[in-house]
Design a protein around this ligand. Structure first.
Ligand code: SF4
Length: 211
C-alpha cells in the first residue's frame, strides 16, 4: 500500500509549492541547516538576524569560535554549533567556498565527506545536499517518521533504509524532493501535529490513523 508519490501529490495539491529553503543565499541555507539542529526555526531566525552582517564564508572564517557562539546564542547549544559551523567551514574551504565546485563532486563522495564533518549527521548532510547542492534526496526527519507511521507504513528504523524505501518509488526529480520535505514539515504543523487534527486532513482517506 506504499505509494509515496500519491502522498506527495495529495500534499502538494492541498498545500501548494513551499519554495524552500527559507534563506536569502545558499551560504545562509547551509549555516541554517546546522543551526536548526535540536531547535525550532523561530530560534534559528533570531540567530540569523545576529549573523546577517557576517554571513559570508571569508567573514565567518575570520571570527573566533567564541564570537560566533555568542552570535548564534538564540539557537541553543551555541558552543557546540559554533564548533560545528567552524568544522563545516574547514571542509567548505577545501573547495574554495565555491558551490559550483562542490556540485561537480560525485554524490556518494560528497555525502561521505559531509558525514565525516564533526556534528554533521545524515539529516543535516542530506538537507545541505538537497537545498544547497541540488541533489535529489529524501530527508528522513521526525516529521516524516511520524506521518508515515500514522499513515500505516512499516518503515525501517535506520535512516538510510528509510530514505531508500521512499526514494525507490519516486522519480529522481529535484523539485519533487525539495517540495516533499517542505510539505511534510508543513503537514506536521497544520494537521499531523503531535495531537493531530484529522478533520479536513488531505491524507484522511488513505490514513490508518495509527495514533
Ligand atoms: S488523518 Fe490524522 S493522523 Fe492521518 S495524516 Fe492526517 S492528521 Fe495525520
Amino acid at each position: 500500500m506504499q505509494d509515496f508519490l500519491k502522498i506527495y501529490n495529495k500534499l502538494f495539491t492541498y498545500y501548494g509549492p513551499q519554495g524552500w529553503w527559507p534563506a536569502e543565499t545558499t551560504f545562509e541555507m547551509m549555516i541554517g541547516a546546522i543551526l536548526v539542529q535540536n531547535t525550532s526555526w523561530r530560534n534559528v531566525e533570531k540567530a540569523l538576524i545576529n549573523l546577517k552582517p557576517f554571513l559570508k564564508p571569508y567573514v565567518i572564517e575570520k571570527i573566533s569560535v567564541e564570537e560566533l557562539a555568542e552570535l548564534i546564542r538564540p539557537s541553543g547549544f551555541f558552543n557546540i554549533k559554533a564548533k560545528r559551523i567552524k568544522s563545516y567551514m574547514d571542509w567548505f574551504k577545501t573547495y574554495e567556498y565555491d558551490i559550483q565546485q562542490v556540485k561537480k563532486i560525485d554524490r556518494v563522495k560528497l555525502r561521505g565527506e559531509l558525514l565525516s564533518i564533526k556534528g554533521i549527521g545524515p539529516e543535516t548532510a542530506d538537507v545541505i545536499q538537497l537545498y544547497a547542492f541540488d541533489i535529489p534526496i529524501f530527508i528522513v526527519d521526525a516529521y516524516a517518521r511520524r506521518i508515515f507511521y500514522r499513515l500505516g507504513y512499516d518503515m525501517p528504523d535506520t535512516y538510510d533504509d528509510f530514505r531508500r524505501q521512499v526514494e525507490v518509488e519516486l522519480p529522481r526529480d529535484l523539485v519533487l524532493f525539495n517540495e516533499y520535505h517542505a510539505l511534510l514539515v508543513e503537514h506536521s504543523k497544520v494537521h499531523c501535529k503531535k495531537t493531530p487534527i484529522c478533520g479536513g486532513c488531505p491524507l484522511l482517506e488513505v490514513c490508518e490513523r495509527r495514533l
